[in-house]
Design a protein around this ligand. Sequence first.
Ligand SMILES: Nc1ncnc2c1ncn2[C@@H]1O[C@H](COP(=O)(O)OP(=O)(O)O)[C@@H](O)[C@H]1O
Ligand SMILES: [Mg+2]
Length: 173
Amino acid sequence: MGTSRTPPVGSVSALQPRLSVAAKRASLIGRELDQRVVIDHVLSSSVTTLIGPGGVGKTALATSVAAAVGREDFPDGVAVVWLAPLRSAELVAAEVAAAIGLTRSGGLSNEDAIIRWLTDKDVLLVLDNCEHVVSAVADLVDSLTTQLPRLRILATSREFSPRVASRCGSMVR
Ligand SMILES: Nc1ncnc2c1ncn2[C@@H]1O[C@H](COP(=O)(O)OP(=O)(O)O)[C@@H](O)[C@H]1O
Ligand SMILES: [Mg+2]
């Protein structure tokens, strides 16, 4: 029976390498207070957004948070999704699926596969550089946060759709 069984779509351990990727990029100078504020926000809200012009340190702050959050808060892992190189908004869900280690969806859409896999898991998803695919990100964030109450999302963008912003208790700029 083993050969006909559908392989698992991913594994929790697949999340771990993303954490070390984040940690390597996380040497921050003079942002300890900001990091604490963002971590507190991430732990208390579904969605946290870091919004500001290019070069102000959004990615650096987000990756430092990804590296600093405790395993007790996110025992199932932290996944950092690098959206900057993405050429099409249609690839957003596929990129997120890949970042959390989903290599096949078993006939499900990427979005449904992500939801199925993250159900009952405590994961922080960092979506970096959303600005050029902001509408697709807003759709996905809407869907994920509605169906995955335990999921936490930290997103960086030069701008954000009001739909995403309205879901945040407050925004960090
Ligand atoms: N607090 C900081 N300490 C050290 N380097 C930083 C800090 N904030 C930003 N940088 C560096 O400045 C550059 C721009 O930061 P980045 O996070 O990419 O900006 P953004 O994501 O807002 O465009 C990067 O090389 C980054 O490593
Ligand atoms: Mg950036």
